[in-house]
Design a protein around this ligand. Structure first.
Ligand code: ATP
Length: 537
């Protein structure tokens, strides 16, 4: 044990990046507790939400979509102490439960939802706080289905708990230090940049800020271990003709990576053609992809080539391939297998040489179970899957992305690059970004417009979900129960919940449907019923 601890301490001392620290801590925690899975949640600066920053041991090795963040406070503005994670953060005391099914007084809804989605069955649960400066919480370590030395699921022994406490103390300090280090680096860079631009700004109000030099891969920012891993995989696969399936939440950069695959392949001087499979109705999508012959349908006045023809010798990127209509999937499979293309209305088959890259943010395995996605297409497409990590799992990329988007926005608007206040940086560093890189970009574009030119971006220029509810208010819920019959009162609450969740999920309906455990159709129906629309910024 002492050797293990020494080895870990040395590794932690050498780790500069938060992701590496979390990875090491989770590995050790899983080893000590023999748990089935483990997660680390870090606390945001306002102490209102826990965000899942790392997870290990889940089926497929990926994070589950439900508990990616936990709200510490309930609608009444009080800490929700029935939530085990909130209890641990608020009291700084671990909980060590042998059987959650027999434990009373806790709210295990989030865990149960994870179980439903991941096909797991949580029995024992250990949550240990991570604290620094005596009692300041920075997060929690959560372990599921911990086992005793005979391999049975049970609570963690007193000795094991002591070891895990030692581990979380180390982890807490490392998280704290890494955060400070990252923040310092960014502040220093920002300050240097501010100083270097000062004379230019005073000399002319028409200052043009030149765009940063192009990075490799073009425009793709980030060098955190998870993104480097994805880039290395892409480099390996780029020059072969195997189909690649890019998987990842919305806004993680799948389209950008598809373009990078094309640029890195020997097809780079040939076309890169993109089609979003969810954007068109079936008939139109078929004719877009495969073309049609004259007279194939009303309005088909001439023969027309499809995108598959256009992508000949190049790459065809099929975005949101999980939403491809079932009937068309057979044609895509033939394109993949044989390069076969048959235009709508044609009797003759043509052949093309295209490399297919697909992308999806839906669970294709679930779609197969529901009979909505062909198993044979899945196997053919899934030869080389690449997972693009959500932004919350690569926090060290956030400062670079912030710089990039602020410079990019300022260059477009021909204004100076705005400075960001330390408080706002901290809030931006700690958000969970359900909409990932796209959400960060949108937040910064909006903040840049809201802050007066020449003045720093402050907390008030960030969206309300990042800065928490106003002092004295109890969240988004109305402070008093409105008048009316039960149906209309419940309706008002429902509208508030849906709107808040939509905002949190960057207006991604599938994501909200999953979080609220209802169908996507229900979400669409309720958005229409309550007339909830995405605000234009
Ligand atoms: N690593 C990155 N560096 C710079 N910009 C990025 C990066 N990742 C994503 N972006 C930017 O974020 C936005 C969303 O990226 P992209 O469209 O590639 O995501 P996506 O995963 O394909 O999203 P969706 O699933 O919703 O189609 C784009 O503006 C893209 O330029």
């Amino acid at each position: 044990m002492l050797d293990d601890l020494l080895e870990l301490t040395e590794a932690l001392a050498g780790a500069e990046r938060l992701e590496t620290v979390l990875d090491l801590v989770l590995d050790s925690a899983l080893k000590i507790s023999r748990a089935e899975s483990g997660s680390i949640y870090t606390l945001d600066t306002l102490g209102r939400h826990l965000h899942r920053t790392a997870a290990k041991g889940f089926a497929g090795g990926t994070c589950l979509p439900t508990q990616d963040h936990i709200d510490i406070y309930g609608a009444d503005g009080m800490p929700n102490l029935r939530l085990p994670a909130a209890l641990v953060v608020s009291t700084g005391t671990p909980i060590n439960i042998a059987d959650v099914n027999a434990a009373v007084g806790y709210d295990f809804t989030g865990l149960k939802a994870d179980d439903r989605l991941g096909g797991t069955a949580t029995k024992s649960l250990l949550i240990v706080p991570m604290t620094v400066l005596k009692d300041r919480s920075v997060g929690i370590l959560q372990l599921i289905n911990t086992r005793n030395s005979s391999g049975q699921i049970s609570e963690v022994s007193e000795q094991g708990l002591k070891q895990l406490r030692a581990l979380t103390i180390h982890a807490g300090i490392c998280i704290w230090n890494t955060r400070i280090l990252e923040e310092n680096r960014r502040m220093k860079k920002q300050f240097d940049q501010y100083l270097s631009e000062l004379p230019k700004q005073t000399a002319s109000s028409q200052t043009r800020i030149s765009t940063p030099p192009r990075k490799k891969p073009q425009g793709l920012i980030g060098d955190s271990p998870p993104i480097e891993k994805a880039i290395n995989l892409i480099r390996k696969a780029a020059n072969s003709d195997v189909p690649i399936l890019l998987r990842g939440e919305t806004g993680t950069g799948k389209e950008m990576m598809a373009a990078f695959i094309h640029q890195s392949s020997d097809r780079s001087d040939k076309p890169f053609v993109v089609q979003n499979c969810a954007a068109l109705p079936e008939a139109l999508l078929e004719s877009e992809l495969f073309g049609h012959v004259k007279g194939a349908f009303t309005g088909a006045g001439t023969n027309k080539q499809g995108l598959a023809h256009e992508a000949h010798r190049g790459t065809l990127f099929l975005d949101e391939i999980g939403d491809m209509p079932l009937a068309l999937q057979a044609k895509v499979l033939r394109l993949l297998q044989e390069g076969e293309v048959r235009r709508v209305g044609a009797t003759k088959t043509e052949f093309v040489d295209v490399r297919i890259v697909g992308a999806t943010n839906v669970n294709l395995e679930e779609k197969i179970e529901q009979g909505e996605f062909r198993r044979d297409l899945y196997y053919r497409l899934n030869v080389f899957p690449i997972n693009l990590p959500p932004l919350r799992e690569r926090p060290s990329d956030i400062p670079k992305l912030m710089d990039h988007f602020l410079k990019q926005g300022a260059a477009k608007a021909k204004t100076a690059v705005p400075v960001v206040s330390a408080e706002a940086i901290e809030a931006l560093m700690c958000w969970s970004y359900p909409g990932n890189v796209r959400e960060l970009k949108n937040i910064l574009d909006r903040a840049r417009l809201m802050a007066e030119e020449g003045y720093p971006i402050q907390m008030e220029h960030l969206p309300p979900e990042l800065i928490g509810p106003a002092e004295g208010s109890s969240g988004r819920m109305p402070p008093t129960i409105p008048d009316g019959d039960l149906k209309s009162i419940v309706g008002q609450y429902e509208a508030l919940v849906i709107e808040a969740k939509m905002r949190e999920a960057n207006w991604n309906k599938s994501n909200v449907a999953r979080r609220l455990n209802v169908s996507r159709r229900t979400i669409i129906e309720k958005l229409n019923r309550y007339n909830i629309t995405r605000p234009t910024s």
